[in-house]
Ligand binder design. Structure first.
Ligand code: IMP
Length: 434
C-alpha cells in the first residue's frame, strides 16, 4: 500500500511544502485534498523561492499532480499559477477533479464583508473566499468544475446563486454593491479555457494508480488545530486538514493508506485569531518571528510564535493516527540559552492533559513548562555541513530535544529539516519501500 499522507500537526505553516517536495522524488502522484488558495506552500531549490497556493508541491519533480474534489479552487489564482510555472518546468502534468468546487470573486468579497461584520470576534481569515465557498458547497448551491464546463448548467447555476447572493448583500449586509452575472459568466468562460484540458475523474485515476502499485503522496494544507471539526472552533478554516479529509477530499478509502506523517515545527506559530497557550513572550517571540521569517506566505501577516506544545502534539498524533513526525525549523531556535516545552496545561490548579473543546476553558489554561538546554546558533552553511554528516552530527542538546519530542509523540521522527533548501534535510526513515 504505497500511499503516504503528509499533513500539518499544528496551526498550519509547519513546512509541509518543503517536506512534500522532499518526498516527491520517490512519489509517482501527489494529491491536494482540501483547502484552497489560503495555503501558501513554500519551496526553495536552486536558490529560488516558490510559493504554491493550489498546485501540489511535487511540481518541480515533474510528477503527476492531482487537485482533489475536497479543494476549493480559485480559477484566477490557478490560472496565474499555471502561467508562472510553465516557463520553469518541462510539463505541467495536472489533473483537476471534475467534482472540485470553485471559488468565485464574490466569495472573496463576502469573506471580507463577513469578517468586517464580526467586529471583535473576527476570525482573521485569509480573505481568499474559503469559508463562503465551502458554505455554498454544504448549502448545495456551489459551482463545481463539471458545471463550469457545461454552458447550460453554468448559466442556470450562476443565475440562481447570484440572485440569492445579491439579496444577502442588499438586505443582510446593506451593501450597495451587487454582483453582475454577466461579469461572472465572462470570468468563468475566460478561465475555463486555461484549465479545461486538465479536468477529469480524480477518484478513478487515483484508485487505478493505487492498483498499479504507484507511490501516492497526499499533501495536506493548513493544520490539525485549524480543522473545522477538531480545531479551535470557530478560529479554524472551513475544511478538514486532518486525516478524514484525505478520503472525502480525494475519493479513496482508508485501507489504502500506509503511512501518515505529521509535520511540525520545533516550536509553534499561528496566524489569525484564537488562543495559543504556549505563546512566547515579546522578546523571544519577535526574535523567533524574525529569525524564522514567520510571516504568512499568502497574506504576509506576522505569525504569533509559541513554544512547542505537547498537548497539541499528542492531540495531533491521536486524531490523525500519525505513524511519524517530520520536524522543521529547529535551527531557528539556535542561540537560545534554554528552550521550553509546554508539557501540559493548568486550569484552576488542576492539570489538563487533553486538548479541551471549549475555547473558554482553553483561554484560561496556563502552560506548564519543562526547560531544556539550548543549542548553538549556526549559519545556513554550517547547518548544511552537519546535515551532510547526518543525525549524530547534530548538537547533543538538539538531539536531547528531539528525543523529548519522540517521547511526547510516541511515534518516531522520520525527517529533520534544518533550513528552507531541499538539501537541508536529514532523512531518518524512508516513507516509500520502493
Ligand atoms: P480561512 O481559511 O481563510 O477561512 O482562514 C481561517 C483561519 O485559518 C485563519 O486564522 C487563517 O489565518 C488560518 N489559515 C488559513 N490558511 C492557513 C494556512 O495555510 N496557514 C496558516 N493559517 C491559515
Amino acid at each position: 500500500m504505497p500511499c503516504t499522507v503528509i499533513l500539518g500537526a499544528q496551526f498550519g505553516d509547519e513546512g509541509k511544502g518543503k517536506v512534500v517536495d522532499y518526498y516527491s522524488k520517490d512519489a509517482d502522484v501527489i494529491v491536494r485534498y482540501q483547502g484552497g488558495c489560503n495555503a501558501g506552500h513554500t519551496i526553495v531549490f536552486g536558490g529560488q523561492v516558490f510559493k504554491l497556493h493550489l498546485i501540489p508541491s511535487g511540481v518541480f519533480y515533474g510528477k503527476r499532480l492531482i487537485i482533489g474534489n475536497g479543494v476549493v479552487l480559485d480559477l484566477e489564482t490557478l490560472s496565474k499559477e499555471i502561467d508562472d510555472l510553465n516557463p520553469k518546468i518541462e510539463k505541467l502534468d495536472l489533473l483537476i477533479s471534475n467534482r472540485t468546487h470553485i471559488t468565485l470573486p464574490f466569495h472573496k468579497e463576502l469573506d471580507g464583508i463577513e469578517e468586517s461584520f464580526r467586529g471583535k470576534s473576527k476570525i482573521g481569515t485569509t480573505k481568499r473566499g474559503i469559508g463562503p465557498t465551502y458554505t455554498d458547497k454544504v448549502a448545495r448551491c456551489g459551482l463545481r468544475i463539471v458545471d463550469l464546463l457545461d454552458n447550460e448548467v453554468l448559466d442556470k447555476k450562476l443565475s440562481e446563486t447570484i440572485m440569492i447572493k445579491n439579496r444577502i448583500l442588499k438586505n443582510v449586509f446593506e451593501s450597495k454593491t451587487q454582483i453582475s452575472k454577466k461579469e461572472i459568466l465572462a470570468y468563468c468562460i475566460k478561465h475555463r479555457e486555461k484549465i479545461k484540458d486538465y479536468v477529469g475523474d480524480a477518484s478513478v485515476e487515483l484508485n487505478n494508480a493505487i492498483k498499479q502499485d504507484k507511490n501516492v503522496l497526499f499533501e495536506g494544507a493548513q493544520g490539525t488545530l485549524l480543522d473545522i471539526d477538531h480545531g479551535t472552533y470557530p478560529f479554524v478554516t472551513s475544511s478538514n486538514p486532518t486525516i478524514g479529509g484525505v478520503f472525502t477530499g480525494s475519493g479513496i478509502g482508508p485501507k489504502h493508506i500506509d503511512k501518515i506523517i505529521g509535520v511540525m515545527k520545533g516550536y509553534i506559530t499561528r496566524v489569525g485569531g484564537g488562543p495559543m497557550t504556549s505563546e512566547m513572550g515579546k522578546v523571544i517571540g519577535e526574535r523567533t518571528r524574525e529569525k524564522g521569517k514567520e510571516f504568512g506566505a499568502t497574506t504576509g501577516r506576522p505569525r504569533r510564535c509559541g513554544w512547542l506544545d505537547a498537548v497539541i502534539l499528542r492531540y495531533a498524533v491521536r486524531l490523525n493516527s500519525l505513524n511519524g513526525i517530520a520536524i522543521t525549523k529547529l535551527d531557528v531556535l539556535g542561540g537560545l540559552n534554554k528552550v521550553k516545552v509546554c508539557t501540559s496545561y493548568k486550569i484552576n490548579g488542576k492539570t489538563l492533559e487533553e486538548f479541551p473543546a471549549s475555547l473558554k476553558i482553553l483561554e484560561k489554561c496556563e502552560p506548564v513548562y519543562e526547560e531544556f538546554d539550548g543549542w548553538e546558533d549556526l549559519s545556513e552553511e554550517e547547518w548544511m555541513e552537519i546535515v551532510k554528516k547526518g543525525y549524530y552530527a547534530l548538537p547533543k542538546e538538539m538531539r536531547d530535544y528531539l528525543k523529548k519530542v519522540e517521547e511526547i509523540a510516541g511515534v518516531p521522527i522520520f525527517l529533520i529539516s534544518l533550513g528552507p533548501d531541499r538539501e537541508a534535510t536529514i532523512s531518518i526513515k524512508e516513507i516509500f519501500d520502493h
